[in-house]
Ligand binder design. Structure first.
Ligand code: ATP
Ligand code: MG
Length: 147
């Protein structure tokens, strides 16, 4: 699924000169709503691409997946604009978009992360992130493998 989504977004990544890659792992199986998990991945990857630094040269969005006990943890890391401290507790709210994204002339409604959180939590999972303003952001999605 991760490889499929990366494939489907490679054109968008190329247009923004962002290298989109996945760290190889053994196949990991989970019981989940494929369509919804795809939607989460698309949002996290498109955020990583959209909120890259326009002027930077080695822009990337890197995915990895690993198992931890009976869950899979997917990470989506970018070296983009990052999220200011004062915005970090708001990004999962519906319609919230940080001021900085307007400077970058990106488009969005501010719903992607609110929807992603809902989907992940309906799977009994968690979503969180670590971010350094002007350096980059890593989102983590943890989902129980199920059955
Ligand atoms: P939509 O996803 O609905 O098209 P959006 O991308 O603005 O619009 P979210 O995905 O919910 O909305 O993200 C909310 C806000 O969080 C973004 O507008 C941006 O300010 C911030 N954000 C999210 N991901 C990143 C990231 N990878 N790097 C920097 N800022 C981010
Ligand atoms: Mg988004």
């Amino acid at each position: 699924l991760i490889m499929q989504v990366i494939q489907s977004m490679s054109e968008f990544a190329r247009s923004k000169k962002v290298k989109l890659q996945c760290v190889k792992s053994k196949p990991i199986y989970i019981v989940a709503d494929q369509k919804r998990i795809r939607q989460v991945l698309i949002n996290l990857i498109s955020n990583g691409i959209k909120y890259s630094k326009e002027e930077a040269s080695e822009k990337y969005v890197k995915l990895s997946a690993e198992t931890h006990q009976d869950s899979v943890i997917i990470s989506v890391a970018d070296n983009g604009i990052g999220i200011e401290k004062q915005h970090q507790n708001k990004i999962f709210e519906k319609f919230f978009r940080a001021d900085s994204v307007f400077d970058y002339r990106t488009e969005g409604t501010g719903l992607g992360l609110a929807i992603s959180k809902e989907i992940v939590e309906l799977h009994g999972g968690q979503i969180w992130f670590e971010s350094k303003p002007h350096e980059g952001t890593v989102f983590y999605v943890k989902i129980p493998q199920g059955e």
